[in-house]
Design a protein. Structure first.
Ligand code: FAD
Length: 323
């Protein structure tokens, strides 16, 4: 039981951008260490030195593959390399990555290739009854299920950002360079252009400020953006405002939109319909501002403020800017 778990490790695909590991990758390392499981960070790229040095202080093992074909994330190539590493080592209990834009594409491919159980968007991990189990939301977030894989194979997971805390820092471990044959991708980049987004990605943000129909007009939505910027957060929206064409569907939070798990969720002029709440009820702290004291959103809020968003929000932004 325990012995068997101890000998095997949790592999974490370290997603990185501009020489920085993504926070969610580190959070998975943190959780695995809390469960006293061994961790192995897998760093793929063309120049992984700086990322490896950072994760060497938070993981038990670091394996890197450096190759120009890994310079940018490519699902096909990354899947192949991770599967080769696994087949050579056969020591992973779990292969995990963040439930990010890329992670949601990569990890299911790895699971399919290895014939393993895949569990997506998990929010908890437990090590009891001699086996690992994971928790994920079901029925659109109305309930949670604990799952355990059937066979004695690695289980492949994506983990929701902000579900776990960061790992403690220790003296750096050695970095192992693995030699694998990196395949030539079948699709190649012709041109890469950076988008002009300055705010963090909605599903990965620590702070999300969302606006609803209570904003009354698309012009007033500026208040949501300004508050998000004052807090360094992402902008979300209710379906009512997406349907009204004020915001793109990319910004929608809820059952038919995105699920967010920030540390702070601010709901402005949102009634708190269950379909919206399903997308944000794992937020650590919820602040709601609504002019109706009986609005449903207050049932899900840690802090509620009854007032008109058009008066309260400018005052709040002003105060935050002064701070
Ligand atoms: P409203 O319900 O109209 O609420 C506006 C709120 O603003 C009210 O509470 C009002 O008191 C307050 N208000 C008004 N003026 C002010 C002011 N000046 N200052 C402060 N407060 C003010 N919804 C989602 O959001 N996401 C989803 O993914 C989603 N999926 C759905 C899927 C299905 C199958 C269905 C049936 C519905 C779905 N919905 C979803 C819709 C959902 O049920 C609600 O209709 C929607 O969330 C309402 O949006 P809202 O809160 O912005 O608007």
């Amino acid at each position: 039981g325990e012995d068997h778990l101890m000998k095997r490790t949790v592999w974490v695909w370290i997603e990185h951008e501009r020489q920085q590991p993504k926070r969610v990758s580190l959070e998975i390392l943190g959780k695995a260490r809390d469960l006293e499981l061994e961790t192995r960070a897998i760093v793929l790229g063309d120049d992984t030195d700086s990322v490896c040095q950072q994760v060497a202080r938070v993981a038990d093992h670091v394996t890197t593959v450096e190759d120009h074909r890994l310079a940018r994330y490519n699902a096909e190539v990354h899947t192949d390399v991770i599967c080769q590493l696994y087949k050579a080592a056969k020591s992973a209990l779990v292969i995990a990555g963040g439930a990010t834009f890329n992670g949601r594409e990569l990890l299911p491919r790895v699971a399919a290739r290895l014939g393993c159980a895949f569990m997506g968007d998990i929010t908890d991990l437990a090590n009891d009854e001699e086996a690992l189990s994971v928790r994920r939301a079901i029925h659109g977030g109305k309930a949670y299920a604990w799952l355990r894989p059937k066979q004695d194979l690695p289980m492949v997971l994506t983990v929701r950002p902000n579900a776990f805390s960061l790992p403690a820092i220790h003296d750096p471990v050695a970095i192992e360079k693995a030699n694998v044959k990196v395949p030539e991708p079948r699709a190649r980049d012709i041109e890469v252009r950076r988008g002009d987004a300055v705010r963090p990605e909605l599903t990965e943000a620590d702070v999300v400020v969302s606006g609803g129909r209570g904003l009354a007009s698309p012009e007033n939505f500026r208040l949501v953006e300004d508050l998000a910027d004052a807090l360094g957060g992402a902008v979300g929206a209710s379906r009512a405002v997406v349907d009204a064409g004020w915001r793109s569907h990319d910004d929608q939070v809820g059952k038919s939109g995105k699920t967010v798990s920030p540390k702070l969720y601010v709901a402005l002029g949102i009634s708190g319909a269950i379909h919206h709440v399903m997308g944000m009820d794992t937020a650590k702290v919820v602040v709601a501002i609504n002019k109706e004291s009986n609005a449903l959103i207050f049932k899900h809020a840690d802090y509620g403020l009854v007032g008109d968003v058009r008066e309260v929000v400018p005052a709040l932004i002003e105060r935050l800017r002064r701070l």
